[in-house]
Design a protein around this ligand. Sequence first.
Ligand code: C2E
Ligand code: CA
Ligand code: CA
Ligand code: CA
Length: 274
Amino acid sequence: AKREGRARVCFFESETDQELRDRRLLQHDLRQALEQNQFLVYFQPQARMDGEVIGFEALLRWNHPTRGFVPPDQFIPLAEENGLIIQIGEWVLREACREAASWPRPLQVAVNLSPVQFQAGDLERSIHQVLLETGLTPTRLEVEITEGVLIGDFTRALNLLRRLKALGIRIAMDDFGTGYSSLSYLQSFPFDKIKIDRSFISNLEATPQSAEIVRAVLSLAHALNIPVIAEGVETEAQRAFLAHEACEQMQGYLVGRPDLIERYLDLVGVTVER
Ligand code: C2E
Ligand code: CA
Ligand code: CA
Ligand code: CA
C-alpha cells in the first residue's frame, strides 16, 4: 500500500511538472505573439430573434507557429497572470473598433474586457484614445465584462464603469448566472445588456431546471428594463423557446460561428464584387 501511495504521488507530481513546463512555454511564446502578428480577431454575429444581425462580438484567436490555434480559454488566463492581457486587450479593442468603423452599416461591436484590464493601466484613457483614433461612434461599442471585474476593488471598478458609460459606451454583463453574485451586481450598476450564459441554453432541452432559470433571468431582466442576449444558441428549438419567452437577442452557431470578418462582409454592408 505504501509503494502504491508513493507511485501515485510521483505520477501526480510529474504531471504537474509537465503542465507547469507547458504553461511556462506558452507564456514565453505569448510575449512574442503580438509583435509577430500571431493574433487574429474573429467576429461572431449577434442577432434579433428573427435572425436580423445587429452586431458582432470580437473574439481573440492565437495562431501559434507550431501548435496552431490555441483556444482563448487556455492562453487568456496566462496573459492575465503576467499582465500581457493589458496590451493584448488593447490590441483587440483597436482592431475591433477599426474594423467596425469601416462598415457601411452602423452595427454594434462587442469587445471582452478582462478584470486585469480594469485593475491595472489606464483603461478609460486607452478606450477613449482608440475611439478617437478609429473614429468609431462610442454608442456602437459595447464592452462585455464578467463579475470578476467587480470582485476586488469594487468601488474603483464601479467608478470606471460609470466613466465608460459617460463616454457613451454600452456595458454588457457576460456569463450571467454562472457566478455567485450576478444578482447583487445588477443592483449596483445599470447594465445595458445581460448575456445569459451558454450553459443554460445548451441544457434547455435536457434539463427542465434550465428552462426555468432562463425564464427567471428573462423576467428579472425585463422587470429591470435590461435587454437580454442568449449565448450559444445552436438549434431552432432553442431559438423558438427564447423567442416565446421574449428574449431580445441571440448569438450562437445557429446565426453564425466566429470567423474572419471577410465571411460576413455582406452583413456589414460591404458589397463584394464577384
Ligand atoms: P465568452 O466571452 O463567453 O465567448 C463566448 C464563447 O462561446 C466563444 O468561445 C464562442 O466561440 C463560443 N460560442 C459562441 N456560440 C457558440 C455556440 O453556439 N456553441 C458553442 N459550443 N460555443 C459557442 P471562444 O471564442 O473560444 O472564447 C472563449 C472565452 O475566451 C470567451 O468567452 C472570453 O471569456 C474569452 N475571450 C475571447 N476573446 C477575448 C478577448 O479579446 N479578451 C478577453 N479578455 N477574453 C476573451
Ligand atoms: Ca463575451
Ligand atoms: Ca459569455
Ligand atoms: Ca465565457
